[in-house]
Write a protein that binds this ligand. Structure first.
Ligand code: ARG
Length: 371
């Protein structure tokens, strides 16, 4: 990297993309159970309590698609960085806890966010993802050296003791009636307590001066409040949706360009959020139903709504999973050029085209889209 050409800068998810990270699937684990998350895939060889490496052939298939996506971006003149996987099967710990496994480094979006010239590492809230930042550090270090104006921050490393979790949450939550679940979601009374600030970067949607932060299974009020204080020149909005398993905002509420947000209608937004967009002349577009998945959902903890988890190359161009033909048609009618990308094999490793990336540079400046 020549020092001149590198610039950390991104204020939203749609300005022209110049530099991006694409994750890697190597060594990803079905992680060991912990207070905040439990995997249970009895039909796929990982019943509750079992953990271990995702089968090699699945990892190879995901890496092939991730490498292909990286090559596609490079072919369009976009600079691409890759993380450095470590041994995710190792036992990890701090002086206060130990855990039997890590997870992986496919979805850098969950851990990293760029706001202007700042690269921020999220706290994360799973013990299995506490050390994931190590995979991204070589790139962060390189960017820090290459761009003298780049700012590099890490949110307070969380303690993640038992006090940070509603212990027993997963023993009871899934048995609750729907209304009770939704009530818990509205109150954000879920897996996390408010013992310390916790957030995943992928719960944040960036629209220039406005940052929308989803309260979720991995982001608490204190985390949103930390972000509000950390970005005093932004309007930070904690938001929630009618979704029993809220986890990362980028399959639910997806700003595509100034004036247009794509919404997953199965997860209605709070009226205040919709109103905030509408009074500012944004159209809230309900996405068409995703295509079906069948067997490809093996070991995946994501929903078919990964359909809307697209990567914008600029405000007229979107990378979309190749099977999502109906959504592609819907957005073509809205004037977008749609670039189909095979990406389903990556889902068990943490998500779609948006999750799998982290914006390092997009042209453009800070704008107020909600004046
Ligand atoms: N929880 C979302 C869903 O299944 C998937 C979002 C994944 N996003 C991410 N950044 N890893 O609908």
């Amino acid at each position: 990297m020549s020092p001149r050409s590198v610039k950390v800068n991104s204020w939203n998810g749609w300005d022209p993309l110049r530099h991006v990270m694409v994750g890697r699937a190597d060594g990803t684990m079905v992680q060991a159970p912990e207070p905040a998350v439990r995997r249970d895939f009895p039909d796929d060889g990982f019943p509750l309590g079992a953990y271990g490496r995702i089968p090699d052939e699945m990892t190879a298939a995901a890496n092939e698609q991730l490498d292909g996506f990286a090559a596609l971006l490079e072919g369009r003149g976009i600079r691409v960085e890759r993380p450095e996987p470590i041994d995710f099967s190792q036992r990890v710990g701090t002086p206060e806890w130990t855990h039997n496994s890590m997870f992986g480094c496919m979805p850098p979006r969950d851990v990293l966010i760029t706001v202007g010239n700042e690269m921020l590492e999220a706290t994360m809230s799973y013990r299995s993802r506490w050390f994931e930042y190590l995979c991204y550090r070589p790139v962060l270090q390189k960017l820090f050296e290459a761009d003298p104006d780049a700012r590099w921050e890490a949110a307070p490393k969380p303690r993640l003791t038992d006090a940070s979790y509603n212990t027993g949450f997963w023993d009871t939550y899934n048995q609750l009636p729907l209304e009770e679940k939704l009530d818990r979601v509205r109150r954000n009374d879920l897996a996390l307590t408010e013992a310390e600030p916790l957030f995943d970067a992928a719960d944040i949607a960036r629209c220039g001066k406005d940052l929308f932060v989803q309260l979720s299974l991995v982001t608490n009020r204190s985390g949103a409040d930390w972000l509000r204080r950390h970005f005093p020149d932004h309007r930070v909005h904690p938001v929630s949706f009618t979704n029993t398993h809220p986890l990362h905002i980028d399959a639910t509420w997806v700003p595509l360009r100034p004036g247009l947000v794509l919404h997953n209608g199965e997860r209605p937004a709070e009226p205040e959020l919709t109103e905030y967009f509408k009074v500012n002349d944004w159209e809230v577009l309900e996405a068409v139903q995703p295509e079906s998945w069948h067997h490809e959902a093996r070991l995946s903890f994501c929903s078919p709504w990964l359909s809307v988890n697209m990567l914008s190359l600029d405000e007229n161009t979107l990378c979309i999973e190749e099977r999502e033909v109906r959504l592609a048609d819907q957005l073509t009618a809205y004037g977008f050029e749609m670039i189909p990308v095979p990406f389903r094999a990556a889902a068990p490793f943490g998500g779609g085209l948006h999750c799998a990336t982290w914006d390092i540079e997009r042209e453009g400046t800070l704008q107020d889209y909600f004046p």
